[in-house]
Design a protein around this ligand. Structure first.
Ligand SMILES: [Zn+2]
Length: 257
């Protein structure tokens, strides 16, 4: 069901005795293991891509159970390619319309769904603050990373401690766009201009996001280099429409002694 689980441990950075150790968890899903029928086969976690709602609900339950927290501890959002950030304290109630979720609560998983856009998982283990952001071409250019980091800082995170994972996304060699669009995006997200294998204009959003993070003082950045367009174990909107969505999920918990 889930691939690419990672964890990191750290201790509170402030003095005053030993802080409880915090473990940050990250899970990335693939197409494998779910209930959805083609073309959403099989582990589609997007709930407004045209798939059977019962299949999506079953898949989401399976994800919650698979990560050991339970479906009632996974927060989702209605993503709209914007820059609104929702700070959440539980996973109940109405699903927020936002492109990033932030929390300081333990064992509350935050999920972002994508099929080519960049899922960005952020954490400050020292503060016990995590975030999941959806960075497509528009959101990345419009400042979703900045808004997410601001919300994390308001909850006590420090930019210099933030660790980031850029998840699977369409790569620079496959994300062909008109030259004008490439130039427009590169002007607001420098470093994102790229080219395809045959030399036509394209975008490498993860390269642009890495540069933006460095400019913002975030240096601990890992990239999952998988390309959604090339890897048929992943969903790609550019390869097939309609299609499903994979999820990138993060939470923090107190490490067992
Ligand atoms: Zn690619």
């Amino acid at each position: 069901m889930a691939a690419g689980s990672r964890s990191a441990t750290a201790h509170g950075a402030d003095g005053g005795g030993p802080a409880p150790s915090v473990r940050v968890r990250r899970v990335l899903t693939t197409r494998a293991g779910g209930r959805s029928a083609p073309p959403y086969d099989r582990f589609n976690l997007g709930d407004h891509v045209g798939d059977d709602p019962y299949a999506v609900a079953a898949n989401r339950r399976r994800l919650g159970e698979g990560i050991g927290l339970g479906p009632e501890r996974v927060a989702w959002m209605n993503q709209v390619h914007g820059t609104d950030v929702a700070v959440v304290t539980d996973a109940g109630g109405e699903t927020p319309t936002a492109d990033a979720l932030v929390t300081d609560r333990p064992r509350l998983a935050l999920a972002v769904v994508v099929a080519d856009c960049v899922p960005v998982l952020l954490a400050d283990p020292g503060a016990g603050v995590v975030a999941a952001a959806h960075a497509g071409r528009r959101g990345a250019a419009d400042g979703i990373l900045e808004r997410t980091l601001e919300a994390m800082t308001e909850l006590g995170a420090e930019t210099g401690r933030v660790e980031v994972l850029l998840g699977p996304a369409i790569c620079g060699e496959d994300y062909e766009v008109p030259a004008a669009m490439r130039d427009e995006v590169d002007a607001v997200l420098p470093g994102s201009a790229s080219q395809t294998r045959i030399g036509t204009p394209s975008l490498d959003l993860r390269a642009g996001l890495r540069r933006r993070l460095a400019d913002l003082g975030v240096t601990r950045v890992d990239t999952d280099g998988r390309c959604t367009f090339e890897d048929d174990q992943l969903f790609s909107h550019r390869r097939a429409q309609p299609t499903g969505r994979l999820a990138a999920v993060t939470w923090w918990e107190y490490a067992r002694p």
